[in-house]
Ligand binder design. Structure first.
Ligand code: ARG
Length: 504
């Protein structure tokens, strides 16, 4: 019979603590600071962006690093240098940018963002630093050139973008246009290729990149747009930094610095893209489907550490919490039983995805503590899986022969040692397959933390997709990795089961 020894627990708990510290220090913040080399103690300013928009902002995953690079980032760094502050960059979905400024989670935003009238009601803008135009991207040969050509078509746009507005206006004027808003620009491309939408409205600079790596697509510039698609820096309303930023932007325009960056990121894009294109078309010719994402594979694989640490932490903490809850449930103290039952019904009765969003977004609002995404994930998963595990353990305890309990009591063994040395070890042995099941579920559900921005396996696969303008390959690769991890867990579970069987 195996016993849960005191030292075992002590060890487990310190192990978890070390893991947790490691995890939160290393991965909890996916934002990164860029120190300025100026003297003194520069003030730190936080910038938000949406790194799904090459060449404005995206991640260079082939270097294996998680750094965000691009046109906007270079400008931000230059401004930080001129105004002598330390720059910290945070990533979010595009439609999370204005909320981040409003809640002052960030001091300014650069995301190829256009200063529209509507946005000006909620945030302040700098002068425009780059003009762009909108285009219609579609499959080669569809010949969609004007808004009128879009009659009866389904068109995709990025949620919360001015392209969504533009599409809305077209839909008012032109018969039968349906607008489909999606989160990421790369999803728009995928949907065109899959024929689920006929076209997407995308800014010209971005469209060029997509079309260069997808020969089956074409783009046509939209004539007479309702609104220009230029970019400006956004600030929280009333920010006193706008003038300083404008001054530096003007200096950069006058000195030709902006033009240099435009050439670096937009004009050379053709060349860089054509090399990128060479690899991706080589990939489509080769029989090895993952060739196109080869250089970024180490970057995706790095997500395994996040996924595994996250799962291990949540599984261990969830197990401890579940054990406590199950003891509440079989306890004779009524309020404890009620508490545990209500608790379980709430956590089993609502979607996990919703629980994550609530913990992550509501915590700062309620407590003022800007909870790191990873911590929010671990807390939610612990609370949620505790609810499920408590039921499993309760079942395990009830299944232990009643005689054992009676024998222990009649021998005068007190409650605690009876539980921890006699009942629980047997219960756990019986429910081991169920616990392995729960860990597998946790491992796969951990992918949900990608929705709040944790750079786990799935999130990294999506980031590579956005950078390379392809979707299927990185997701396929992540799928294979998940499957291998689940298989190892399954075999580990069998091995443990056999070991426990022998030791009884
Ligand atoms: N210029 C457009 C807008 O302001 C699209 C910007 C999208 N930016 C991004 N980083 N995804 O709505």
């Amino acid at each position: 019979m195996f016993r849960i020894k005191k030292f075992g627990w002590l060890f487990t708990i310190s192990f978890i603590a070390v893991l947790a510290m490691n995890l939160l220090a290393g991965y909890g913040r996916f934002d990164h600071a860029i120190a300025q080399q100026s003297g003194g103690n520069p003030e730190k300013l936080t910038m938000v962006t949406s790194a799904d928009y090459p060449p404005y902002e995206f991640r260079d995953t082939a270097t294996g690093k998680n750094d965000i690079i691009g046109f906007d980032i270079d400008i931000a760094k230059k401004i930080a240098e001129e105004l002598n502050f330390e720059l910290e960059i945070r990533d979010t979905d595009f439609n999370g940018i204005i909320p981040a400024l409003q809640s002052r989670r960030a001091d300014f935003a650069m995301a190829g963002m256009t200063p529209t009238e509507e946005r000006k009601k909620n945030v302040d803008f700098s002068e425009i630093y780059y003009e762009a135009k909108n285009t219609i991207v579609s499959q080669t040969g569809s010949n969609l050139k004007t808004p009128e050509d879009l009659a009866g078509k389904k068109i995709g746009v990025q949620l919360g973008s001015i392209q969504e507005k533009e599409a809305g206006k077209i839909a008012e004027k032109v018969q039968g246009v349906t607008v489909k808003p999606l989160n990421k620009t790369s999803e728009l491309i995928q949907e065109i290729k899959a024929n689920r939408i006929d076209a997407a409205i995308i800014e010209d600079t971005i469209a060029k990149g997509f079309v260069a790596s997808n020969p089956d697509l074409e783009f046509n510039t939209l004539p007479n747009p309702e609104e220009a698609a230029g970019s400006a820096i956004a600030f929280p309303k009333g920010s006193e930094r706008v003038d300083d930023f404008n001054r530096v932007l003007k200096e950069m325009k006058d000195s030709g610095e902006i033009d240099k960056l435009i050439t670096k990121w937009f004009e050379n894009q053709g060349k860089e893209e054509s090399t990128g294109n060479a690899t991706s078309s080589a990939a489509s010719n080769s029989n090895f489907p993952l060739a196109a994402i080869m250089p970024s594979i180490p970057y995706i694989i790095d997500g395994i550490r996040v996924t595994l640490l996250f799962t291990a932490l949540s599984a261990l903490l969830g197990f401890i919490w579940g054990t406590i809850l199950s003891l509440f449930k079989i306890s004779t103290i009524k309020p404890l039983t009620w508490f545990a039952n209500v608790y379980t019904s709430i956590f089993r009765g609502t979607p996990l995805l919703l629980q994550i969003a609530i913990v992550y977004y509501a915590t700062p609002q309620l407590t003022g503590y800007d909870i790191p995404a990873l911590l929010a994930g671990v807390i939610t998963f612990t609370l949620n899986s505790g609810a499920y595990i408590s039921e499993t353990i309760r079942g395990g305890i009830l299944a232990v022969d009643k005689g054992q309990r009676e024998a222990a009591l009649s021998l005068g063994v007190p409650y605690k040692p009876m539980m921890s040395d006699i009942i629980l070890p047997q219960a756990i042995k019986n429910i081991l397959p169920a616990l392995v099941n729960e860990s597998i579920a946790l491992l796969k559900d951990s992918a949900l933390v990608s929705t709040i921005g944790v750079a786990d396996l799935l999130r990294r696969a999506q980031i590579v997709g956005a950078e390379k303008y392809i979707y299927f390959e990185p997701l396929l690769f992540a799928g294979i990795v998940y499957y291998l991890m689940v298989m190892s867990l399954t075999w580990g579970g069998y091995a443990l089961e056999r070991k426990l069987q022998r030791s009884s």
